[in-house]
Structures are given as C-alpha cells and as structure tokens.
Design a protein around this ligand. Structure first.
Ligand code: DO4
Ligand code: MG
Length: 285
C-alpha cells in the first residue's frame, strides 16, 4: 500500500517522502512536491504517486531519517463515542453527564471536537504529555482520516487522543481541558493511501511499556466504529472551510481498566494494519 510521510534528512531539511517498501523512502521534494497538503489535493493521487515511483528519485534508508508528524497547516479534530466501548467507559466514569454519551452514540449528529494544531502535535518517537493536575491519564489509539480541502478522505494515519479521564468525568464541560494541552496529540508515522473499505478491515493494537515491561495491551477492529467515515467528514466540513485540509481522529475502541493511569517514562506503541507503529514516550506537562 502506498505510504506518504514528512521527514527530516541528515542535513535537517524537512522533506516529503513516499515509502515504496518498509525500508526505503523516495524523496518527493526532489520531484518538486512542495507540501503534503498540496499533493493531497491531486484528483488522481494514485496516478501521480505511480509516476513518482517510476521516476529515478533520490532514495534514502528509512533508518537514516527522522519521521515527523504528517501535518503541515491542517487543524486536527476528533470524533468521540463512536465505539460501544468508549460510550460504556465514559458513562461509568461520569456522574450527572452520563446520559450525554448515551444520547450522542445514538444521535445522527456525531460528537466532534477540536483537538490540536500542527504546531502542538507530536510526531513518531517524540513525547506525549500527561497533565500535572490530573491523576487519571490514558492514551486513545485512533484511526485518523486525512482530508483534503474539499473534505475528501485521501488517506489514513494513526492518532493518539491523549485524555485526562478524571477531568472529563468530573464535568463534561471540562472536555477541552481533558483533551487539549501541550503534547496531547500524536500523529504518524505515515499517511497510507487507501479506501474506506480497506481501512475498515484493519486492526488497532496498543501496548504500554513501563521499565520495559508491558503494563497494558489491547486491541480493536476498525469495523467496530459505528459511523461511516464519510458521515464524520461531512459533519466536520458543515459550515466550516479547511483550505489546507484537516485531520479527523475517529474515536477510541480501546480503554484500559479503571485502575490504570499513565506515568512519566512509559512508552505507548499504537499499531494499525497497513499504516505502521506510532511510538511515543510520556512526560508530565
Ligand atoms: O466525549 C468524550 C471524548 C470521546 C473520545 O475522545 C473518544 O471516544 O475517542
Ligand atoms: Mg478519543
């Protein structure tokens, strides 16, 4: 499957790459590609990428480059309560706002919230944050839709919607504080160009390591998402323009047990079939 990325080369230049296999990157910047978002506007993206693969572009070993979050100027948004598991966990953690989750799970209009800006989003192997004023922090491993300026789903990446469950559970009006803070969103490593049908067959796996020991692992299937991706994208683009495109996380289907909270120094590894592994350490912010 074709994968795109942003990377930094040995000269610390930021470039756009295409990974024809698991070890190599073709340097698309050398072919005149100025940005990922402009490339994703191409109506015949598959055709254009096939042409790049035929060209003799400079190629690099993946092991030699630093992969960056695959966003430039796109806002990052997130959908919530799209899996039954997420609805149940949230109803349990909250008191008077529990019915809000039940209602939104059934409603036509999905829950969609602003999550992050590219400048605040961390990439592969960088650190995600847990809030100092929260005692219950979890990662949320999510498939992320990559949308161009017309709202077309052009690819998929991995998102981590870091969340403070005690802050959200205390009062739903605290959701922005539970969700948006320094290093609360990670994206990467690749944008895989695929169809919704292909993505619906993928698995999402997560493991959390503490002092090199696995302290949590979980998995779900993308097919468990209640809503169609097109419906989520359509609601995001209602009455709102995204001239640079947008990224939309599609919600979590994996929730660690209630006695689990992340600690500084933990490592989170999220794997989605055909996209790769997004690994991040954890720091307190
Ligand atoms: O309503 C709270 C957020 C839900 C969420 O982030 C999710 O289900 O993934
Ligand atoms: Mg989430």
């Amino acid at each position: 499957m074709t994968k795109l990325c942003r990377f930094q080369n040995a000269a610390r230049q930021i470039r756009i790459g295409l990974a024809p296999d698991d070890h190599t990157l073709l340097d698309l910047t050398a072919a005149g590609v100025e940005s990922l978002s402009s490339l994703l506007e191409n109506d015949d993206l598959h055709g254009q990428l096939a042409i790049f693969v035929q060209q003799k572009l400079p190629s690099l070993a993946l092991s030699e480059v630093k992969l960056l979050a695959p966003v430039e100027e796109q806002e990052i948004w997130a959908a919530g309560v799209t899996y039954l598991r997420s609805k149940k966990a949230r109803m349990e953690e909250s008191d008077f706002s529990a019915t809000a989750y039940d209602r939104v799970y059934e409603a036509e209009r999905p829950e969609i919230f602003f999550k992050s800006l590219p400048s605040k989003t961390v990439g592969p192997d960088d650190a995600v944050g847990i809030r100092k004023d929260s005692r219950w922090n979890v990662p949320e491993p999510e498939l992320a839709l990559v949308l161009n300026s017309r709202g077309h789903i052009v690819g998929f990446t991995i998102g981590n919607d870091m969340s403070s469950r005690d802050i959200e559970g205390e009062n739903l009006l605290y959701l922005p504080q539970a969700k948006i803070y320094d290093r609360s969103c990670a994206l990467g490593p690749f944008i895989t160009i695929a169809s919704e049908a292909e993505a619906r067959s993928w698995q999402i796996r997560i493991e959390i390591l503490r002092a090199n020991k696995r302290v949590f692992s979980g998995e779900t299937a993308v097919s468990q998402i209640k809503r169609a991706f097109g419906q989520l994208a359509e609601f995001l683009f209602r009455s709102q323009k995204f001239p640079n495109g947008a990224v939309l996380l599609t919600g979590t289907g994996v929730v660690p047990p209630d006695d689990f909270s992340l600690q500084p120094g933990d490592t989170i590894r999220i794997e989605i079939s055909d996209v790769g592994v997004l690994a991040n350490s954890v720091v307190e912010v």
